[in-house]
Ligand binder design. Sequence first.
Ligand code: FAD
Ligand code: NDP
Length: 516
Amino acid sequence: MAAVLVWRNYRFRFKNVVVSAVRLLSSTAGKFDYDLLVIGGGSGGLACSKEAAQLGKRVAVLDYVDPSPQGTKWGLGGTCVNVGCIPKKLMHQAALLGGALKDTQKYGWHIQHPVQHDWSVMAKAVQNYVKSLNWGHRVQLSDRKVNYFNMKGSFVDDHTVCGTLKSGKEILITAENVVIATGLRPKYPTHVPGALEYCISSDDIFWMTEPPGKTLLVGASYVSLECAGFLTGIELDTTVMVRSIPLRGFDQQMSYLVTDYMESYGTKFLWRCIPTRVEKLDNGQLNVSWRSVESGTEEKDTFDTVMWAVGRAPETKTLNLERVGVQMNPDTGKIVVSHDEASSVPHIYAIGDIAEGRPELTPTAIKAGKLLAHRLFSGSTELMDYDNVPTTVFTPLEYGCVGFSEEEAIRRHGSDNIEVYHAYYKPLEFTVAEREAGQCYIKMVCLREGDQRILGLHFVGPNAGEVIQGFALAVKCGATYTQLLTTVGIHPTCAEEVTKLHITKRSGLDATVTGC
Ligand code: FAD
Ligand code: NDP
């Protein structure tokens, strides 16, 4: 009953928003319909629009989701909410619980083995939560008097955007400022026969109602390894195909610890291979052929599901950016922006994944959106600082980091000018459970001179995101190794091992932590 009332109330409010929007559009008062129009209702776009509305501005958001090639579609909130961070982390949690169940007997719990995982129960619960977030975003926009249009936007001129409804109906909206926050969509290797017809991407996996079965994931970056991790964790036969190296751009020593752990955990890896063809068999399975990059030999195997995780691309074509002269990088298709998120056209800005050179992460998109709103409408001059952005790869053993990789530190400062402190440690929780801890490792990269400013911190182990978040503040504030040594740990935790790092890589001494 309460839900019905909320729905009615919401429909009433939503209808009013549409009516007032139409009134506003037909009004002749003011030069533009809005002070700000945001194209794209994801992490960056929603944050920017809500902040601008809080500052008393007239704001509209256009958000439209083209279904994936397999037909999957979703609601308001963008990638993170619907097909990214949120469903991914919840499915990662499902896998971690499976791991915890295996520990339980050692801790005295009597659980009937084997235990079974039910994909459809997990998927439904995750999808319902995502739908509640879609709803929450709509309500928040409505509460802040941001006009939301479920329309696809494309530029007509530098102050006018055409919004197209699913039905094909079009309306013109004018705004003094336009922010583009349209994000990215998964790439398909269209040169591989069968790739588009028979395979899925991360846009589909979280919305599957049936388990994907034996799965091949092509690609070796965040998306592939995270999805492979949770699929393995819920005991599905999972293979990752790696073209070159895992987690390009990350510290490579850490990256291989992540994949080593995944291999010991049950994920299969096809190293240095590229897919050449996918065929559908009469029984519905997919026959995948691939070639070894080194030997050139061809191999094949059958899978129930093949998921491409070969990167993400902007869909700038439909935005009609050429028409208004917004400059794009011809190689990436992303929008070229300056330090204040401005595009090459005055009053048009780009934030989040669509902007060239920005981290493809939710917190940076959100922060950039909020700061832009304040610069546009409250006289602020504060810029987004993209240095030392922390991140975590939510693989079975998580990898969190902030700052430079060892390779990047060497490239910038030379190996003689950096000091690397490291430790192999054993999480206390792993001891009684007799879990393998060979890949639990911490590395801190510092300048060698003076107090040894910390350039990068890398942590592979449980709850890496939680561990790194706090240390990210220290790194941002310019913390030094000397200061770290004066920091008292919290015992017994994994994070305290960071405060105890004392073995340098240069010394060649055994970096295994022993004792308490
Ligand atoms: P998006 O959130 O992608 O929003 C763009 C919106 O614009 C979409 O709704 C899109 O449909 C809409 N749109 C596009 N074109 C138009 C148009 N012409 N008109 C109207 N609307 C349009 N980041 C993290 O920080 N942590 C994580 O754990 C994490 N996990 C991830 C897991 C996966 C599987 C993926 C794919 C990504 C993950 N990310 C993660 C990245 C994160 O989701 C993105 O960086 C973030 O969503 C980018 O926000 P955005 O506002 O730039 O774009
Ligand atoms: P990336 O572009 O980072 O990686 C693409 C991967 O696909 C690479 O391993 C690449 O290999 C491989 N690849 C590309 N083309 C082919 C091909 N034709 N055949 C075989 N392999 C191929 O993309 P992701 O989609 O993983 O991630 C996109 C972004 O999303 C990330 O940069 C990240 O910022 C964000 N994200 C964040 C997460 C988090 O915060 N936890 C989680 C997931 C995503 P090669 O190295 O050889 O080029």
